[in-house]
Design a protein around this ligand. Structure first.
Ligand SMILES: Nc1ncnc2c1ncn2[C@@H]1O[C@H](COP(=O)(O)OP(=O)(O)OP(=O)(O)O)[C@@H](O)[C@H]1O
Ligand SMILES: [Mg+2]
Length: 821
């Protein structure tokens, strides 16, 4: 990237101030970008830093520098946290390559390698648990790198990031790496508030510019007007937002579709009845194999096709294979086969068929593959590796690929601009679009990346253009106090301090910011109300009082009108009576005689309307103020009622049950702890306990829409399952009584398969029974393992012993398989 003279001057100045950054940069094969230089300078100055930059911009460099710096000290330890095991694996390998195996460890729940090393890669959950357990491994910890810190907004797991940021000792420096979010400054302000010195470095420059195209039938057109040279997406450029749509595109789609007059209306032309979908864009739409051939011809491979469903990804592969697509040469095929055999060597032969191995291999050899969460993690990793090595050239992926993993392509294809979110088809957001197309353009290989939107029904050029040129992806906290959090914090800090700590969460920070804005609005409303009041001045009397009677009257009239046939005679008479009285009061009010009465009344109407809005905002402020602490109070009330917390000498302290709960994590922390306490699982054999763990962790996919009623293991399991369900129902009532949202009932879908798996059942039978993809089965089983692990530590015998046996029974075959070995 070429620098302006001013940038060169600034760079020279900063070089003098940051000798260590200089030294580090020398060892790289390239220059540092300005944002990297700034962020490294902050690290050298011993500040914490938040770096927000687009996908592939090179944020990792900053983390690498922080490690480089810390490793020059004698003892300082570094934790590198990531949201995903796959990403942890990748980082671990890279760091081992750099510092050697003795210096690097990894902890991801199911892998435990060299945990005492100077550099340890881990999932964020592991670090959170360490903090609550006050683990010895935290000694000498100097730096924590949080990669993909925008995960903090994740609906299910985000709270963990906040817990870590709040609880990490203040002397630990943080390097937080985030995708571009529209409120990076706000997030940075919070980090400053809770952690002190934190520099915020934001860059919005894509390292490789993006050319955006649209595929109209078989014509590939630019999305933006190239004549103006604004077709490149540079988000820091305000002009980009007003990008002009390519007139040729407007013309091309204008003639071929109803889309331009009928935006959202799938098959519903203006004013007409719904029509069956025929013709339109489905006709003449290029099919996938042709799109691939075209990309190949134009030298635009490798490409990632984002298809927002797993089934869709798998069938896309099948479809292009059937069409005879082959993107590899002989020597590449040999190489592919060699790598695949090497990486899957330890998989049992008998499992290969049910895992779809042979079909998968055939696709790979022809240069195509799917990539989604239903796949076995090991298979996904191989796809990633082959793609990076340019051996696989077309990947059909769900959007999970858009996160974190370094797997850039030359081109990203979007066949549709909407996806199924579990409940409905929804348009993808500008933030998602940015994230997805962020995969296009490989640094150092491509001079530009390409995105290709395949035109379809219901699209219109202007809204597609705005999707492609806006950045709206605010980071929003998803933090909520849990039972486990509550007992841990109360134990360490007492109830009062805990309230204070929770008030310092990003959730509350954002709520408070919102309060400031709302309060400003309330003040504005107040001013307007005063203005209105002047117009209400009536020389005959108090017009507000008069208009209050009018409102009361019309409210009562309206209410009566809607209920004439449902109210009893007595009610009707009472209402009539009230109406007569109100009408009389109205007539007798001095303002009733005012010649300007109706004019005053119009102002009065405005006044009341605004007053109501203002009151609503005031209520809103009240509900946001201290909201997080209030939830904590409800959580604590439940815990007091159940005897986990108690008052002693004016202080809230933990009872023994509370101490157990400290070490139980997860959505069902309280239910697990209560079940142990009531000894509901004492009689279970290992397979039944594994099945119970499955019932506690499993969440059926929402889009399957099937009722979750399956065969359950018989005998002791069933009795324990019923007892646990009863307990769940009681807890759910208690939570609702305490104004907490409650939890989902236990899921039955995975119990029998897990039971069979634990008893040595064959993989194909188990998957069949579970009706799950292999990747899902592995993922859920790992969650069950996580829970059983906790039980093996916290439960009293016999459950602890049974849990250990259950672990041995289910940690086998594809579940135990790891590519890292
Ligand atoms: N200054 C630079 N010049 C050239 N290449 C660079 C530079 N900085 C980083 N790179 C390369 O860019 C690629 C992407 O970098 P990196 O993985 O750090 O991106 P990232 O910002 O972490 O993206 P993501 O949001 O996907 O995690 C890497 O291959 C890296 O080697
Ligand atoms: Mg990264």
């Amino acid at each position: 990237m070429s620098l302006t003279p001013a940038e060169r001057y600034a760079a020279a100045k900063s070089r003098a101030r940051t000798p260590l950054v200089e030294e580090f940069a020398l060892g790289l094969g390239h220059d540092l970008d300005p944002f990297q230089r700034d962020a490294c300078a902050s690290v050298e100055a011993d500040h914490s830093v938040l770096v927000a930059a687009p996908t592939g911009a090179g944020k990792t460099i900053v983390a690498e520098f922080a490690i480089y710096k810390a490793m020059r000290e004698t003892r300082t330890k570094i934790f590198y946290t990531t949201p995903m095991k796959a990403l942890s694996n990748q980082k671990f390998q890279e760091l081992v390559g750099e510092y050697g195996p003795s210096e690097v460890g990894m902890l991801t729940g199911d892998t435990n390698i060299n945990s005492g090393a100077r550099i340890v890669v881990m999932t964020t959950e592991v670090l959170r648990n360490m903090l609550y357990a006050d683990s010895d491994l935290l000694r000498d910890l100097g730096v924590v790198i949080m990669d993909e810190v925008h995960f903090l907004g994740d609906r299910f797991r985000g709270a963990v990031w906040e817990e870590v940021i709040i609880h990490l000792p203040l002397n630990v420096r943080m390097v937080s790496l985030s995708a571009t979010v529209s409120n990076a400054e706000e997030f940075g302000d919070w980090l400053k508030a809770v952690r002190g010195d934190t520099d915020v470095i934001v860059s919005e420059i894509r390292p490789v510019p993006l050319e955006q195209h649209v595929l109209v039938k078989s014509r590939m057109l630019d999305l933006f007007d190239t004549a103006t040279g604004l077709d490149r997406l540079d988000l820091s450029d305000p002009v980009a937002v007003t990008n002009r749509v390519n007139p040729e595109l407007v013309q091309a789609v204008g003639s071929g579709s109803r889309a331009s007059t009928d935006r959202g209306g799938r098959g519903r032309p203006r004013g007409g009845r719904p029509q069956p979908q025929r013709g339109g864009w489905q006709q003449g739409r290029m099919d996938r194999s042709d799109v691939i051939a075209m990309l190949d011809e134009q030298n635009l491979l490798p490409a990632i096709f984002f298809i927002f469903s797993r089934v869709g990804c798998d069938s896309a592969v099948r479809q292009v294979l059937r069409a005879g697509v082959r993107l590899t040469q002989k020597h590449e095929r040999d190489e592919i086969r060699r790598i695949v055999e090497e990486r899957t060597r330890t998989l049992a032969d008998e499992d290969l068929g049910v895992l779809g191995y042979f079909e998968w291999l055939e696709g790979l050899e022809r240069g195509v593959a799917a990539h989604h969460a239903g796949m076995l993690p090991a298979f996904k990793e191989v796809v990633e590796e082959l793609f990076q090595r340019k051996l696989v050239k077309a990947v059909f992926a769900t959007e999970t690929l858009a996160l974190g993993i370094n797997m850039p392509a030359r081109t990203v294809v979007l066949e549709k601009l909407e996806k199924f979110n579990g409940e409905a088809r929804v348009p993808i957001t500008p933030g998602e679009y940015t994230q997805l197309t962020g995969r296009a353009g490989r640094r150092g290989i491509d001079t530009e990346g390409h995105s290709l939107i395949q035109w379809g029904d219901g699209l219109d050029p202007a809204s597609v253009a705005s999707l492609a040129s806006r950045r709206t992806y605010p980071l929003t906290s998803s933090f909520r106090p849990t039972y486990n959090m509550a007992v841990n914090l109360v134990d360490q800090f007492g109830r009062e301090r805990t309230r204070d700590i929770l008030e310092s969460s990003f959730a509350q920070f954002q709520a408070d910011r919102a309060v400031v804005d709302i309060a400003r609005k309330v003040r504005q409303y107040q001013d307007s109300l005063e203005g209105y009041e002047k117009n209400l001045d009536c020389h005959l009397g108090d017009f507000r009082e008069y208009s209050a009677i009018r409102r009361e009257l019309s409210d009562l009239e309206r209410k009566g009108a809607g209920r004439a046939d449902v109210e009893s005679r007595g009610q009707r008479e009472r209402r009539q009576h009230q109406l007569t009285a109100l009408r009389k009061r109205l007539r007798e009010h001095p303002c009733h005689q005012c010649p300007e009465r109706e004019q005053h009344a119009r102002w009065a109407e405005r006044w009341w309307k605004l007053k109501r809005q203002s009151d609503q905002l005031t209520a809103d402020i009240r509900s946001r103020t201290g909201a997080v602490a209030r939830i904590f109070d409800h959580v604590s009330d439940v815990l007091v009622e159940l005897g986990y917390l108690t008052q002693r000498d004016g202080e809230t302290v933990l009872e023994p049950a509370g101490r157990t709960l400290r070490r139980i994590y997860g959505d069902r922390d309280l239910l697990v702890s209560e079940s142990l306490r009531h000894r509901l699982w004492d009689d279970l054999d290992p397979a039944s306990l594994a099945a119970m763990a499955a019932a506690l962790v499993f969440e059926p996919r929402r889009d399957e829409g099937q009722p979750d009623e399956r065969n359950l293991p018989r005998g002791r399991f069933l009795a324990a399952f019923d007892a646990t369900t009863d307990l769940w129902a009681r807890l759910d009532d208690l939570e609702r009584d305490n104004r907490l949202p409650g939890t989902q009932p236990l899921a039955t879908g995975l119990c029998l398969p897990m039971y069979q798996w634990a008893r040595g059942g064959q993989l194909y039978r188990v998957l069949n029974e579970a009706d799950l993809a292999a990747g899902d089965f592995v993922r859920w089983t790992k969650q069950a393992i996580d829970l059983l692990d906790q039980l093996s530590v916290v439960a009293d015998p016999p459950v602890a012993t049974t849990a250990r046996q259950a672990l041995d029974a289910i940690r086998r075959g594809i579940v135990a398989y790891t590519g890292v070995a």
